[in-house]
Each structure stands twice: as C-alpha cells, then as structure tokens.
Ligand binder design. Structure first.
Ligand SMILES: [Zn+2]
Length: 279
C-alpha cells in the first residue's frame, strides 16, 4: 500500500491542483529522505511544475526553470503520502519534505512517510531515465496485450510473485494481485510458463479492469492511504478476497476464502481458483 491505483490518484490530484504553479521553497527535514540529488535542491526554487507522471508506485514531478527541466520523484511504496496543506496527518513529525507553491490551487505539498521505506530523488532527465530503467518493468495500464502475453510466456516461476515483481510489471502489490487473481480464477501459485495464451489474455483484461475500477474509486484506503486532499479511496468496499479470510466465497461456490502463508499472504478460494488447467 499504496499501489498503482493510489499512485495514479495522487498524480491526478497533483495535476488538477498544482500544474503550472511555481515552487518557492522546498524544505527537507532530514537529509536521508533524499536518495539522490540533494545538492541540486536550490535549483528548484522558482521553478514551475510542468508535468506529473506516475511510474509504478512512484510519482514524478517535472519542473522547468529557464528552459531546463528537472524532476522530483516520490516513492509512495508501503507508507508514503503526498498531502496538501489542509490535510491533517497523524504523527506530523513524519513530514520530511514541504514544498510551498504560488499560482496553483494549493499552496503546499508535504511528503509524509512514517516508516521511511520510501524516498525522494532529485534527478535530471538522464537520471530519471536511469531510475525508470532500473526500477520499473512494463506498465500494466498501457502495455499492449500481445506484449503482455509474450512477457508472461517468457518467464518462469509462480504467477503471483511475477505480477508483483516491480522490475517486470510495475505497480501491482499484494492487494491488487489478490483481487486480480480471484477475478481471473487463477491460483497464485500457477506456473507462469504453463499458462495458455487465452488464459493470459483473460488475466490481462482482468488486470486492467481491476486497476481502472480502483482508480475510478479513488484507490483503496488500507493502512492509512489518503489522497493529497485527504479523501479516502472507496475501492476497499469492492475487495472480494483481500483480508476476507474465513468469509464465504463471493462466487457462492460454498467454500470459504482461505489465507495462504507465503512470502506475502494470499487470499484465495481453492474451489474457484484453479491450480491447473484453464479457468
Ligand atoms: Zn469460490
């Protein structure tokens, strides 16, 4: 948490509220929250926010100053939030960066991260390209279906860890992989190289449908996710299996949702999600 849908919601709100605004000051409370580029911090004073992109679970802000472009990339993975000024936070001591803006609909953007699994990076264009190449595989919302099929057919191993492997497919974590696999009727431990093409196409369609629906609901608020304006994501109410251990299968097959202990917990219906064969 946050995963792709939550990061996309963050990016959409930043575009709506801050695109075109000028960054006046950027306060960094602790130097170790900046992964790279801290000596360039002063460059950003007076720069204008020209674009906001999402890469995997990260959000990149593009600034322009006198024709030169630089980027601030915020990792949201696990516990990071980007918040506008009026949005209250528990534990304000975990606000590590404050950016003040003029000319936008919001005057401040804060980076809050209590567990510091995430970082900010200050990058030029080449640095951003390297950062993306190193960290992010294909984007599940924009990858063409045939490319997704080829990518899956070329891999070995189990299905759920592959869906969550950020350097292969960027943005899906434990919540959405569980929801996607239940809807696609695929067991998390399926051997990827034994999936038929038609099954992978169904997985692709399900993956996109789940992620798009979650974005339209503002994401899922699990473990303290809030959008920058403080709104909670409503997709949690549409979760079918995540966190539903012991509850009846939503397909009414008569079985209960089970929790499998693996490296991350998987929530499955062992009747509906087939370990072998086509769903
Ligand atoms: Zn079932």
């Amino acid at each position: 948490m946050p995963e792709l849908p939550e990061a996309e919601v963050v990016a959409q709100q930043l575009r709506t509220h801050l695109l075109g605004a000028q960054l006046n000051d950027c306060w960094v409370g602790r130097a170790d929250i900046v992964r790279e580029g801290l000596p360039t911090l002063s460059w950003y004073g007076g720069a204008r926010l020209e674009g906001v992109e999402r890469y995997g679970k990260s959000v990149a802000l593009e600034f322009q100053n006198e024709g030169e472009h630089r980027y601030v990339v915020a990792e949201l993975g696990m516990t990071g939030l980007l918040l506008f000024r009026a949005t209250e936070t528990k534990h304000p001591q975990h606000v590590h960066v404050r950016m003040s803006f003029t000319g936008g609909r919001e005057s401040e953007l804060r980076y809050w991260n209590p567990r510091r699994f995430g970082r900010l990076s200050l990058l030029d264009r080449a640095g951003l390209d390297r950062y993306r190449t190193r960290r992010f595989g294909i984007d599940p919302l924009t990858v063409p279906c045939d490319e997704f099929v080829h990518l899956m057919q070329a891999r070995r191993g189990r299905l759920k860890p592959l869906l969550m492997h950020q350097q292969v497919i960027a943005g899906i974590g434990n919540i959405y992989s569980n929801e996607i696999l239940f809807r696609a009727r695929l067991h998390p431990n399926r051997a990827v190289n034994r999936l038929r093409g038609a099954t992978i196409i169904k997985l692709y369609d399900t993956m996109q449908a789940v992620l798009r629906e979650a974005i339209s609901c503002g994401g899922s608020s699990v473990k303290d996710f809030f959008a920058p304006d403080g709104t909670e994501g409503r997709y949690k109410s549409r979760h079918l299996v995540y966190g539903k251990e012991g509850q009846p299968c939503p397909n009414r097959c008569g079985r209960l949702i089970r929790r499998l202990q693996s490296e991350r917990s998987s929530f499955v219906c062992l009747a509906c999600q087939k370990k072998e064969g086509d769903p």
